[in-house]
Write a protein that binds this ligand. Structure first.
Ligand code: NAI
Ligand code: NAD
Ligand code: ISE
Length: 338
């Protein structure tokens, strides 16, 4: 069986996902694409030799008869409309993060999905599929270092991730990956947050505060510190250390050959999320394709997207109030606990 997919948004990550589905993974074919930049959509069809129709709008992709499932990789502010339209069409939809740019938008998606009566939405939180995060989770589940007490995390990009990266996107668009993967890792939820604005780097847009330090507290009382530094210059660097009662556990570093040369010992650091999470994206999409063909939805849900958006909103509030702000979530609906 082959899952026939429509892709909306053929920019950086849309192209990456189209290539992996077409050339690496099994069980799916891209049959329809759209981008507001039509030439870009046409170029990807030509360059990847796709047998796919270029549609004039995202909604036409969703409604196309040959499209059985949808991938949304357009800019964040467009996601809500396309996810709601996919639910209305009864089609499974994989949406890159963020699910919507406001918590209210995510809540509407949650309500529409519950109303539709079956799980259709998966959010692109690929770190849950990353081998190194899965290894770290196994160490915690085996109780090797006792109960987790403190997490020290780092999310650094060499430069701002996109040309439209502005305002509080470090909190609402970039650290969303930590917000998702850490509650998954700990099987916990957040209760409060404080955001610290350290001395600002000179090597970024004048408007942008960079770096930030985000301090989260969980229901179990675990203290999490996330340094977000999106213009660190030297590379793409993701770190996570868990301090437990009887030891510590670190997220494994991506493998790199240690080189001894010219009186130096060195090893490489990656420079993009594309390479750091290349295997995670492959696993994420193969699992999504397989589950969708079985009529299931097993990955990060619309509820997970909503929780992350509520956390992002609380971060923004805490940044400007300078205070510790509560993170208040309604009870998770039964629909998402089964
Ligand atoms: P991009 O700017 O390279 O691509 C976005 C594409 O969407 C552009 O080609 C744009 O023309 C198109 N687009 C915008 N509005 C549209 C609309 N209404 N209809 C159709 N197409 C539209 O951005 P990039 O880096 O590919 O990011 C896309 C999404 O992927 C974002 O939501 C971003 O947050 C997410 N992303 C996720 C990553 C991850 O690690 N999971 C990494 C990078 C991006
Ligand atoms: P991008 O700017 O390269 O691509 C976005 C594309 O969407 C552009 O080609 C744009 O023309 C198109 N687009 C915008 N509005 C559209 C619309 N209404 N209809 C159709 N197309 C539209 O951005 P990107 O880096 O590819 O990011 C896209 C999404 O992927 C974002 O949501 C981003 O957050 C997410 N992303 C996730 C990860 C990750 O690690 N999971 C990494 C990068 C990006
Ligand atoms: C980008 O959009 C991503 O999703 C990357 O994974 C992340 O590391 C980066 O900071 C985001 O902005």
């Amino acid at each position: 069986m082959t899952l026939k997919i429509g892709v909306i948004g053929t920019g950086a990550i849309g192209k990456e996902h189209i290539r992996r589905i077409t050339h690496k993974l099994k069980g799916a074919q891209v049959v329809a694409v759209n981008d507001v930049n039509t030439e870009q959509a046409q170029a990807v069809v030509r360059d990847e030799a796709l047998q796919a129709e270029v549609y004039a709008s995202g909604v036409e992709v969703i409604q196309a008869a040959e499209v059985e499932a949808v991938i949304v990789t357009s800019w964040g502010p467009t996601h809500e409309e396309f996810v709601l339209a996919s639910i209305a069409a009864g089609k499974p939809v994989f949406c890159e993060k963020p699910l919507a740019v406001t918590a209210e938008g995510c809540r509407q998606i949650v309500e529409a999905e519950i109303e539709a009566g079956r799980k259709l939405v998966q959010v692109g939180f690929m770190r849950r599929f990353d081998h190194s995060y899965r290894q770290l989770k196994r160490v915690l589940e085996a109780d090797t270092i006792g109960a987790p007490l403190i997490l020290n995390c780092v999310h650094r990009n060499p430069q701002s991730p996109s040309s439209d990266f502005s305002g509080d996107m470090a909190l609402t668009d970039s650290c969303v990956h930590e917000f998702d993967v850490l509650r998954w890792l700990l099987d916990d939820d957040y209760v409060s947050v404080q955001v610290i604005q350290p001395r600002k780097t000179r090597l970024c847009d004048d408007e942008l505060q960079d770096p930030h330090v985000i301090l989260l507290r969980t229901r179990q009382g675990i203290h999490i510190s996330i340094e977000s530094f999106v213009n660190c210059q030297y590379g793409y660097d993701i770190q996570c250390q868990v301090v437990g009662e009887t030891g510590t556990a670190n997220l494994p570093e991506p493998p790199s050959v240690p080189v001894r040369h010219a009186a130096k010992l060195s090893s490489g650091i990656l420079d993009s999320w594309k390479d750091r999470f290349i295997d995670a994206f492959d696993v994420e999409f193969q699992e999504w394709i397989d589950a969708t063909l079985r009529g299931e939805m097993t990955g990060p849900s619309a509820w997970d997207g909503y929780v992350v958006a509520v956390t992002g909103d609380a971060c923004v509030k805490a940044k400007y109030s300078g205070r510790i702000e509560p993170i208040e979530l309604p009870e998770c609906p039964d629909f998402y606990t089964n």
